[in-house]
Design a protein around this ligand. Structure first.
Ligand SMILES: Nc1nc2c(ncn2[C@@H]2O[C@H](COP(=O)(O)OP(=O)(O)O)[C@@H](O)[C@H]2O)c(=O)[nH]1
Ligand SMILES: [Mg+2]
Length: 357
Protein backbone atom coordinates (compact mmCIF):
# COMPACT_ATOMS: atom_id res chain seq x y z
CA UNK A 1 0.00 0.00 0.00
CA UNK A 2 1.31 3.44 -1.02
CA UNK A 3 4.79 2.06 -1.76
CA UNK A 4 5.53 4.58 -4.50
CA UNK A 5 4.88 7.48 -2.18
CA UNK A 6 6.86 5.83 0.57
CA UNK A 7 9.90 5.60 -1.70
CA UNK A 8 9.60 9.25 -2.64
CA UNK A 9 9.46 10.36 0.98
CA UNK A 10 12.52 8.29 1.61
CA UNK A 11 14.29 10.05 -1.26
CA UNK A 12 13.59 13.38 0.42
CA UNK A 13 15.20 12.17 3.60
CA UNK A 14 18.31 11.09 1.71
CA UNK A 15 18.28 14.32 -0.29
CA UNK A 16 18.31 16.62 2.74
CA UNK A 17 20.84 14.57 4.60
CA UNK A 18 23.19 14.68 1.62
CA UNK A 19 22.76 18.41 1.16
CA UNK A 20 23.15 19.22 4.81
CA UNK A 21 26.07 16.93 5.41
CA UNK A 22 27.88 17.90 2.24
CA UNK A 23 31.66 18.14 2.50
CA UNK A 24 32.70 21.65 3.53
CA UNK A 25 34.33 22.20 0.14
CA UNK A 26 31.13 21.44 -1.69
CA UNK A 27 29.23 23.51 0.77
CA UNK A 28 31.42 26.56 0.33
CA UNK A 29 31.24 26.20 -3.43
CA UNK A 30 27.57 26.84 -2.99
CA UNK A 31 28.46 29.80 -0.88
CA UNK A 32 27.05 28.20 2.19
CA UNK A 33 27.97 25.89 4.98
CA UNK A 34 25.21 23.80 6.18
CA UNK A 35 25.45 21.75 9.19
CA UNK A 36 27.12 21.19 12.45
CA UNK A 37 26.68 17.64 13.56
CA UNK A 38 25.90 17.25 17.20
CA UNK A 39 28.52 14.59 17.80
CA UNK A 40 31.26 16.71 16.30
CA UNK A 41 32.45 13.70 14.29
CA UNK A 42 31.10 14.73 10.97
CA UNK A 43 32.72 17.33 8.88
CA UNK A 44 31.93 20.83 9.89
CA UNK A 45 32.32 23.96 7.96
CA UNK A 46 34.24 25.81 10.61
CA UNK A 47 37.71 24.31 10.38
CA UNK A 48 37.95 24.50 6.60
CA UNK A 49 36.55 27.95 6.38
CA UNK A 50 39.26 29.19 8.68
CA UNK A 51 41.77 28.19 6.03
CA UNK A 52 39.88 29.61 3.14
CA UNK A 53 38.46 32.85 4.31
CA UNK A 54 39.86 35.64 6.35
CA UNK A 55 39.56 34.90 10.00
CA UNK A 56 38.27 38.34 10.73
CA UNK A 57 35.37 38.03 8.28
CA UNK A 58 34.57 34.68 9.68
CA UNK A 59 34.36 35.78 13.22
CA UNK A 60 32.03 38.59 12.36
CA UNK A 61 29.79 36.43 10.12
CA UNK A 62 26.66 35.89 12.18
CA UNK A 63 25.91 32.60 10.49
CA UNK A 64 29.34 31.27 11.43
CA UNK A 65 28.77 32.38 14.98
CA UNK A 66 25.42 30.70 14.98
CA UNK A 67 26.90 27.48 13.70
CA UNK A 68 29.73 27.60 16.21
CA UNK A 69 27.29 28.16 19.00
CA UNK A 70 25.09 25.36 17.75
CA UNK A 71 28.12 23.13 17.57
CA UNK A 72 28.95 23.86 21.18
CA UNK A 73 25.43 23.10 22.33
CA UNK A 74 25.05 20.04 20.13
CA UNK A 75 22.34 21.34 17.85
CA UNK A 76 21.89 20.97 14.13
CA UNK A 77 21.61 23.98 11.90
CA UNK A 78 19.87 23.60 8.58
CA UNK A 79 20.08 26.58 6.29
CA UNK A 80 17.25 27.55 3.99
CA UNK A 81 19.54 26.94 0.98
CA UNK A 82 20.07 23.33 1.99
CA UNK A 83 16.37 22.74 1.72
CA UNK A 84 15.69 24.48 -1.55
CA UNK A 85 16.47 21.62 -3.89
CA UNK A 86 15.20 18.78 -1.69
CA UNK A 87 11.94 20.67 -1.10
CA UNK A 88 11.53 21.24 -4.80
CA UNK A 89 12.07 17.54 -5.41
CA UNK A 90 9.63 16.72 -2.63
CA UNK A 91 6.99 18.94 -4.15
CA UNK A 92 7.40 17.27 -7.52
CA UNK A 93 7.25 13.84 -5.88
CA UNK A 94 4.06 14.70 -4.01
CA UNK A 95 2.39 16.05 -7.12
CA UNK A 96 3.43 12.98 -9.08
CA UNK A 97 1.82 10.91 -6.35
CA UNK A 98 -1.44 12.74 -6.99
CA UNK A 99 -1.29 14.80 -3.83
CA UNK A 100 -3.49 17.83 -4.36
CA UNK A 101 -1.59 21.09 -4.96
CA UNK A 102 -2.76 22.97 -1.87
CA UNK A 103 -2.02 19.93 0.27
CA UNK A 104 1.48 19.59 -1.16
CA UNK A 105 2.11 23.25 -0.41
CA UNK A 106 0.87 22.88 3.15
CA UNK A 107 3.17 19.90 3.66
CA UNK A 108 6.13 21.84 2.26
CA UNK A 109 5.42 24.83 4.50
CA UNK A 110 5.31 22.68 7.60
CA UNK A 111 8.48 20.80 6.69
CA UNK A 112 10.30 24.07 6.02
CA UNK A 113 9.11 25.61 9.28
CA UNK A 114 9.98 22.59 11.37
CA UNK A 115 13.41 22.22 9.86
CA UNK A 116 14.39 25.85 10.09
CA UNK A 117 12.79 26.44 13.47
CA UNK A 118 15.26 28.02 15.88
CA UNK A 119 13.87 26.57 19.04
CA UNK A 120 13.05 23.07 18.07
CA UNK A 121 14.11 20.37 20.44
CA UNK A 122 17.47 18.75 20.15
CA UNK A 123 17.65 15.89 17.71
CA UNK A 124 20.57 13.65 17.08
CA UNK A 125 20.89 13.45 13.33
CA UNK A 126 19.72 15.26 10.24
CA UNK A 127 17.81 12.10 9.31
CA UNK A 128 15.83 12.29 12.52
CA UNK A 129 15.11 15.93 12.00
CA UNK A 130 13.77 15.26 8.51
CA UNK A 131 11.69 12.40 9.80
CA UNK A 132 10.21 14.55 12.53
CA UNK A 133 9.42 17.31 10.07
CA UNK A 134 7.79 14.96 7.56
CA UNK A 135 5.88 13.20 10.30
CA UNK A 136 4.36 16.42 11.60
CA UNK A 137 3.65 17.78 8.13
CA UNK A 138 1.89 14.64 6.93
CA UNK A 139 -0.05 14.14 10.13
CA UNK A 140 -1.29 17.72 10.05
CA UNK A 141 -3.00 17.25 6.70
CA UNK A 142 -4.02 13.59 7.03
CA UNK A 143 -5.64 13.88 10.44
CA UNK A 144 -7.94 16.80 9.60
CA UNK A 145 -11.41 16.36 11.10
CA UNK A 146 -10.79 12.93 12.64
CA UNK A 147 -13.44 11.63 15.00
CA UNK A 148 -14.02 8.25 16.59
CA UNK A 149 -16.54 6.52 14.34
CA UNK A 150 -17.51 3.87 16.85
CA UNK A 151 -18.04 6.46 19.54
CA UNK A 152 -20.25 8.43 17.14
CA UNK A 153 -22.39 5.33 16.54
CA UNK A 154 -22.60 4.68 20.26
CA UNK A 155 -23.72 8.17 21.19
CA UNK A 156 -26.24 8.65 18.37
CA UNK A 157 -29.85 7.76 19.09
CA UNK A 158 -30.65 4.52 17.23
CA UNK A 159 -31.35 3.74 14.53
CA UNK A 160 -28.23 5.49 13.28
CA UNK A 161 -28.85 6.17 9.62
CA UNK A 162 -25.84 6.17 7.33
CA UNK A 163 -26.09 6.99 3.63
CA UNK A 164 -23.30 6.11 1.20
CA UNK A 165 -22.61 8.25 -1.86
CA UNK A 166 -20.09 8.25 -4.68
CA UNK A 167 -19.63 7.40 -8.33
CA UNK A 168 -20.20 3.98 -9.89
CA UNK A 169 -17.95 1.02 -9.24
CA UNK A 170 -15.86 2.50 -6.45
CA UNK A 171 -17.04 0.00 -3.82
CA UNK A 172 -20.08 1.52 -2.11
CA UNK A 173 -22.10 -1.68 -1.95
CA UNK A 174 -19.09 -3.75 -0.92
CA UNK A 175 -18.21 -1.23 1.78
CA UNK A 176 -21.75 -1.40 3.15
CA UNK A 177 -21.47 -5.17 3.47
CA UNK A 178 -18.03 -4.85 5.09
CA UNK A 179 -19.25 -2.20 7.49
CA UNK A 180 -22.28 -4.27 8.44
CA UNK A 181 -19.92 -7.04 9.51
CA UNK A 182 -17.58 -4.56 11.22
CA UNK A 183 -20.52 -3.23 13.22
CA UNK A 184 -21.74 -6.69 14.14
CA UNK A 185 -18.30 -7.49 15.54
CA UNK A 186 -18.75 -4.49 17.83
CA UNK A 187 -22.23 -5.43 18.93
CA UNK A 188 -24.34 -3.34 16.55
CA UNK A 189 -27.10 -4.83 14.41
CA UNK A 190 -27.79 -3.34 11.00
CA UNK A 191 -30.28 -3.41 8.15
CA UNK A 192 -29.32 -2.78 4.54
CA UNK A 193 -31.38 -0.48 2.31
CA UNK A 194 -30.97 -0.43 -1.43
CA UNK A 195 -31.31 3.17 -2.48
CA UNK A 196 -29.72 2.23 -5.80
CA UNK A 197 -33.03 2.00 -7.64
CA UNK A 198 -31.36 3.25 -10.79
CA UNK A 199 -29.15 0.43 -11.98
CA UNK A 200 -30.53 -2.89 -13.21
CA UNK A 201 -29.23 -5.73 -11.08
CA UNK A 202 -28.50 -3.55 -8.08
CA UNK A 203 -31.11 -5.32 -5.92
CA UNK A 204 -29.69 -8.74 -6.75
CA UNK A 205 -26.16 -7.62 -6.01
CA UNK A 206 -26.85 -6.21 -2.56
CA UNK A 207 -29.23 -9.09 -1.77
CA UNK A 208 -26.36 -11.48 -2.27
CA UNK A 209 -24.38 -9.64 0.41
CA UNK A 210 -27.42 -9.46 2.70
CA UNK A 211 -28.02 -13.20 2.36
CA UNK A 212 -24.41 -14.08 2.96
CA UNK A 213 -24.30 -11.89 6.06
CA UNK A 214 -27.80 -12.88 7.12
CA UNK A 215 -29.09 -9.30 7.14
CA UNK A 216 -32.50 -7.90 6.36
CA UNK A 217 -32.56 -6.00 3.07
CA UNK A 218 -35.13 -3.32 2.31
CA UNK A 219 -35.53 -2.86 -1.45
CA UNK A 220 -38.10 -1.49 -3.89
CA UNK A 221 -38.61 -2.00 -7.59
CA UNK A 222 -36.05 -0.57 -9.97
CA UNK A 223 -36.98 3.03 -10.78
CA UNK A 224 -38.47 3.62 -7.32
CA UNK A 225 -37.71 6.55 -5.05
CA UNK A 226 -34.47 5.94 -3.13
CA UNK A 227 -35.53 8.28 -0.34
CA UNK A 228 -38.62 6.10 0.20
CA UNK A 229 -36.51 2.93 0.39
CA UNK A 230 -34.22 4.34 3.03
CA UNK A 231 -37.17 5.81 4.90
CA UNK A 232 -38.76 2.34 4.98
CA UNK A 233 -35.54 0.87 6.30
CA UNK A 234 -35.49 3.43 9.12
CA UNK A 235 -39.05 2.44 10.05
CA UNK A 236 -38.09 -1.22 9.92
CA UNK A 237 -35.12 -0.56 12.20
CA UNK A 238 -37.27 1.35 14.65
CA UNK A 239 -39.85 -1.43 14.78
CA UNK A 240 -37.23 -4.16 15.17
CA UNK A 241 -34.67 -2.52 17.44
CA UNK A 242 -31.97 -2.47 14.79
CA UNK A 243 -29.07 -0.17 15.64
CA UNK A 244 -27.87 1.01 12.24
CA UNK A 245 -29.42 1.59 8.79
CA UNK A 246 -26.91 1.31 5.95
CA UNK A 247 -28.38 3.06 2.90
CA UNK A 248 -26.87 2.39 -0.52
CA UNK A 249 -27.38 4.87 -3.35
CA UNK A 250 -26.89 4.72 -7.10
CA UNK A 251 -23.48 5.65 -8.38
CA UNK A 252 -23.74 9.08 -9.88
CA UNK A 253 -21.63 11.68 -11.48
CA UNK A 254 -21.58 14.96 -9.69
CA UNK A 255 -22.52 16.43 -13.07
CA UNK A 256 -25.79 14.48 -13.20
CA UNK A 257 -28.32 16.99 -11.91
CA UNK A 258 -31.18 14.49 -11.55
CA UNK A 259 -29.20 12.11 -9.45
CA UNK A 260 -27.68 14.86 -7.37
CA UNK A 261 -31.20 16.16 -6.72
CA UNK A 262 -32.07 12.65 -5.52
CA UNK A 263 -29.31 12.88 -2.95
CA UNK A 264 -30.67 16.17 -1.74
CA UNK A 265 -34.10 14.57 -1.42
CA UNK A 266 -32.67 11.73 0.65
CA UNK A 267 -31.07 14.35 2.85
CA UNK A 268 -34.41 16.10 3.27
CA UNK A 269 -36.67 13.08 3.73
CA UNK A 270 -34.41 10.79 5.75
CA UNK A 271 -32.10 13.34 7.35
CA UNK A 272 -29.31 10.78 7.78
CA UNK A 273 -27.07 10.90 10.83
CA UNK A 274 -24.02 10.38 8.66
CA UNK A 275 -23.38 10.70 4.95
CA UNK A 276 -20.25 8.85 3.91
CA UNK A 277 -18.57 9.50 0.61
CA UNK A 278 -16.98 6.42 -0.95
CA UNK A 279 -14.25 6.56 -3.55
CA UNK A 280 -11.31 4.50 -4.63
CA UNK A 281 -7.80 5.33 -3.58
CA UNK A 282 -6.51 4.44 -7.04
CA UNK A 283 -8.50 7.32 -8.54
CA UNK A 284 -6.02 9.75 -6.97
CA UNK A 285 -6.67 13.36 -7.87
CA UNK A 286 -10.08 12.47 -9.38
CA UNK A 287 -11.21 11.07 -6.06
CA UNK A 288 -10.15 14.29 -4.34
CA UNK A 289 -12.09 16.43 -6.81
CA UNK A 290 -15.18 14.24 -6.49
CA UNK A 291 -15.04 14.33 -2.71
CA UNK A 292 -15.14 18.09 -2.86
CA UNK A 293 -18.02 18.15 -5.32
CA UNK A 294 -20.15 15.60 -3.47
CA UNK A 295 -19.52 17.49 -0.26
CA UNK A 296 -20.80 20.62 -1.94
CA UNK A 297 -24.14 19.11 -2.97
CA UNK A 298 -24.93 16.78 -0.07
CA UNK A 299 -22.59 17.56 2.79
CA UNK A 300 -20.48 14.54 3.68
CA UNK A 301 -19.33 13.62 7.18
CA UNK A 302 -16.41 11.50 6.12
CA UNK A 303 -14.87 9.32 3.43
CA UNK A 304 -14.32 5.63 2.92
CA UNK A 305 -11.32 5.13 0.67
CA UNK A 306 -11.48 1.75 -1.05
CA UNK A 307 -8.92 -0.27 -3.01
CA UNK A 308 -6.05 1.09 -0.94
CA UNK A 309 -4.57 -2.39 -1.43
CA UNK A 310 -4.11 -1.60 -5.11
CA UNK A 311 -2.84 1.96 -4.75
CA UNK A 312 0.82 2.86 -4.77
CA UNK A 313 0.48 6.64 -4.98
CA UNK A 314 -1.40 7.46 -1.77
CA UNK A 315 -2.30 10.95 -3.02
CA UNK A 316 -6.02 10.60 -2.27
CA UNK A 317 -5.35 9.27 1.23
CA UNK A 318 -3.19 12.28 1.97
CA UNK A 319 -5.37 14.93 0.35
CA UNK A 320 -9.06 14.18 0.87
CA UNK A 321 -9.40 15.16 4.52
CA UNK A 322 -7.50 18.40 4.08
CA UNK A 323 -9.43 19.38 0.97
CA UNK A 324 -12.91 18.55 2.31
CA UNK A 325 -12.31 19.25 5.98
CA UNK A 326 -13.94 15.85 6.65
CA UNK A 327 -11.96 12.83 7.79
CA UNK A 328 -11.19 9.59 6.04
CA UNK A 329 -12.86 7.06 8.33
CA UNK A 330 -12.09 3.69 6.74
CA UNK A 331 -9.74 2.16 4.24
CA UNK A 332 -10.92 -0.69 2.02
CA UNK A 333 -8.02 -3.08 1.65
CA UNK A 334 -9.38 -5.96 -0.41
CA UNK A 335 -12.50 -7.73 -1.63
CA UNK A 336 -13.33 -9.79 1.46
CA UNK A 337 -15.71 -8.63 4.16
CA UNK A 338 -12.88 -8.33 6.63
CA UNK A 339 -10.87 -6.08 4.35
CA UNK A 340 -11.85 -2.83 6.00
CA UNK A 341 -9.76 -0.90 8.48
CA UNK A 342 -10.41 2.07 10.67
CA UNK A 343 -8.35 4.86 9.16
CA UNK A 344 -5.63 5.74 11.64
CA UNK A 345 -3.59 8.80 10.58
CA UNK A 346 -0.72 8.03 12.98
CA UNK A 347 -0.48 4.50 11.69
CA UNK A 348 -0.49 5.66 8.09
CA UNK A 349 2.22 8.25 8.67
CA UNK A 350 4.35 5.67 10.46
CA UNK A 351 3.90 3.30 7.53
CA UNK A 352 4.85 5.98 5.04
CA UNK A 353 8.00 6.86 6.96
CA UNK A 354 9.05 3.35 7.91
CA UNK A 355 12.68 2.73 6.93
CA UNK A 356 12.20 -0.66 5.34
CA UNK A 357 10.59 -0.61 1.96
N1 LIG B 1 -9.19 -4.63 -4.28
C1 LIG B 1 -10.30 -4.08 -3.78
N2 LIG B 1 -11.45 -4.17 -4.46
C2 LIG B 1 -12.57 -3.63 -3.93
C3 LIG B 1 -12.54 -2.94 -2.70
N3 LIG B 1 -13.79 -2.48 -2.44
C4 LIG B 1 -14.56 -2.87 -3.47
N4 LIG B 1 -13.84 -3.56 -4.40
C5 LIG B 1 -14.31 -4.14 -5.66
O1 LIG B 1 -14.77 -3.10 -6.51
C6 LIG B 1 -15.81 -3.58 -7.35
C7 LIG B 1 -17.00 -2.62 -7.31
O2 LIG B 1 -17.57 -2.65 -6.03
P1 LIG B 1 -19.08 -2.24 -5.74
O3 LIG B 1 -19.28 -2.37 -4.28
O4 LIG B 1 -20.02 -2.98 -6.61
O5 LIG B 1 -19.06 -0.71 -6.18
P2 LIG B 1 -20.29 0.33 -6.22
O6 LIG B 1 -20.69 0.44 -7.65
O7 LIG B 1 -19.73 1.61 -5.74
O8 LIG B 1 -21.36 -0.20 -5.35
C8 LIG B 1 -16.14 -4.97 -6.86
O9 LIG B 1 -15.53 -5.91 -7.71
C9 LIG B 1 -15.52 -5.04 -5.48
O10 LIG B 1 -15.15 -6.33 -5.10
C10 LIG B 1 -11.28 -2.83 -1.99
O11 LIG B 1 -11.13 -2.24 -0.91
N5 LIG B 1 -10.20 -3.42 -2.58
MG1 LIG C 1 -23.40 -0.51 -5.82
Amino acid sequence: MFDGLKDKLNDFRTDVTEQAEAEPDEASEDGEAALVESDGQSTTADSTQDDEASTEDDASDPSTLKRAKAFATGRIIIEEEDLEEPLWNLEMALLESDVEMSVAEEILDTVRETMLGETRKQVETTGELVEEALHDALLDVIAVGQFDFEERIAETEPPVTIVFTGVNGVGKTTSIAKLSKWLEERGYSSVLANGDTYRAGANEQIREHADRLDRKLIAHEQGGDPAAVIYDAVEYAEANDIDVVLGDTAGRLHTSNDLMAQLEKIDRVVDPDLTLFVDESVAGQDAVTRAEEFDDSAAIDGTILTKADADSSGGAAISIAYVTGKPILFLGTGQDYDDIERFDPEWLVDQLLAEDS
